[in-house]
Design a protein around this ligand. Structure first.
Ligand code: EPZ
Length: 457
């Protein structure tokens, strides 16, 4: 597994040195989806029998989630990309704040714990660099299912008042199609009494993957992937084996990197229907895309400026907004990138401008004037996807860059620099003893970012 990140030392000691200007070639293997594996781990709490998960990505977020489950008494054994989870002896206790704070997905444990044991105490996940990340949809839905919720001292205490009874199925209409809330409520409803209907549900592929695993465990979930999901509660769920779907965001990041460097690569395994919105925008911006079974090939051409607006699935994914913005910095013409999901997901723009791009941000819309080239810089990525965007920009530039903030990158991309290096990029992970407060850093942003540490995604 990836070594656990001690944020401060991690932040100060590791960077990716990238010699820009090379093209990518060959095929890259896509890992299991982070945002599926995390919720599948939470879902394994719903049974006292063994769950075997295959194709689990080796990421620090997965390591953190495993630590959280172990804290609850779950037994986990790892064998390369396979995880065996045994939740027979789960002892309910409050999850320690330091474990939960850095990982939003930990909050998704509230549904399974409440539904199986009648109680759960989870610290509030808190906001992060990209937004406030509220949980009102989770709370309102759990209340609709009959849970009593108390929030005190930043801890969410959920319980079923009548000892020994179950949650009650209910009709729930989400105000916004929240991925996490949809997942929490599906897991809570699986063991509730009667039928639950979730309207305005999120439709992301990771939710469909969760429902597939839960149905293998004996749940009765219908129409996952549609905006109205029906769950008929059952008494008990049993163990199963399940393979995590490929990570559409990792695949999309590599496809964007190829388009940005006029490269020809292929990515597999992927599920092409999970990437439709991105593929349409890559073709509109001039790339040639070919789908063959579970593989997608791309040939980057002259980049045309296109407009993008992020939206819930099947719209353009917010997690690819920052990488796509990096692509548009060198597109011919003007483009407009609108972030409609998170209120603060433009942190990469100031760094891209330091590399020579011409972007103006107003009310969560990035107005981009394409430039001919970017120059390498030493910069710090401030969240998972902005770090990926800076790496793409470093590949575009013809000089050398040093990208810090790898504690973010390693949360969501398995062996990112190894995969790029295997495709012909000159990139190495430098472990430096240098203290980042050295005055030799060009940008004040570096010092300021170094002091802020890591945030949840
Ligand atoms: C999941 O986060 C993903 N994380 C995010 O991926 C992804 O960006 C996001 O879905 C949107 O696709 C995981 O699955 C672990 P949301 P989640 O609830 O569930 C508002 C990455 O880079 N909202 O769908 O937290 C919220 O403020 C990460 O891999 C409420 O108002 O996202 C936001 O504006 C980043 N009330 C919008 O909904 C709530 O109770 C979407 O949030 C919940 C959310």
């Amino acid at each position: 597994m990836v070594c656990e990140s001690n944020n401060k030392s991690y932040l100060k000691s590791q960077n990716l040195k990238i010699i820009g200007g090379s093209t990518l070639r060959g095929e890259v293997k896509i890992s299991g989806a982070k945002n599926s594996a995390l919720v599948l781990l939470a879902g394994s709490l719903l049974t006292d029998e063994k769950i075997i998960l295959d194709n689990v990505p080796l990421l620090t977020d997965i390591e953190k989630m495993c630590k959280i489950l172990k804290n609850l008494g779950v037994k986990l054994t790892t064998n390369d990309h396979q995880l065996t989870i045994d939740s027979t002896h789960v002892s309910i206790k409050e999850l320690p704040y330091e474990l939960v704070h850095g990982l939003r997905a930990s909050f998704f444990c509230i549904g399974p714990l409440l539904s199986r044991f009648g109680e759960a105490s989870i610290p509030l996940p808190g906001g992060c660099n990209i937004g406030k990340r509220p949980i009102n949809e989770h709370i309102n839905g759990l209340k609709a299912l009959g849970a009593d919720i108390l929030i005190e001292k930043e801890i969410v205490k959920a319980r079923i008042l009548k000892k020994g009874s179950r949650l009650n199925g209910s009709n729930i209409k989400l105000n916004c199609p929240s991925v996490g809330a949809t997942e929490t409520l599906i897991m809570a409803a699986c063991l509730a009494k009667g039928r639950t209907v979730i309207e305005n549900a999120a439709r992301e592929p990771e939710i469909q993957d969760l429902c597939q695993m839960l149905n293998k465990m004996g749940a009765k979930i219908y129409d996952s992937g549609k905006e109205k999901i029906i769950i008929d509660g059952v008494q008990k769920l049993h163990g199963c084996s399940h393979k995590v779907i490929p990570d559409r965001i990792e695949a999309g990041t590599f496809l964007i990197a190829a388009a940005a460097t006029s490269s020809s690569i292929s990515v597999s395994p992927v599920i092409p229907s999970h990437l439709e919105a991105l593929l349409n925008k890559l073709e509109e911006s001039g790339s040639k895309v070919l789908i063959k079974g579970n593989s997608i090939s791309i040939k980057g051409k002259k980049i045309k400026a296109v407009d993008v607006e992020t939206a819930p699935f099947p719209g353009f994914p917010t997690d690819l907004q920052a990488p796509f913005t990096a692509l548009m910095t060198v597109a011919k013409g003007r483009s407009k990138i609108s972030e409609t999901i998170f209120e603060n997901r433009m942190n990469h723009v100031e760094h891209l401008n330091q590399m020579g791009s011409s972007i103006l941000v107003k009310n969560n819309v990035a107005y981009i004037e394409g430039v001919n080239e970017l120059r390498g810089e030493t910069l710090v990525g401030s969240d998972l996807r902005s770090a990926a965007a800076l790496i793409i920009a470093a590949l575009i530039s013809k000089t050398t860059s040093h990208i810090y903030g790898l504690e973010h990158l390693d949360r969501g991309y398995e062996n990112f620099e190894v995969k790029l290096s295997n495709m012909g990029v000159e990139i190495i992970r430098e472990i430096t003893e240098k203290n980042n407060s050295d005055s030799n850093y060009k940008s004040s942003v570096i010092k300021e970012k170094i002091s802020t540490g890591v945030n949840a995604a």
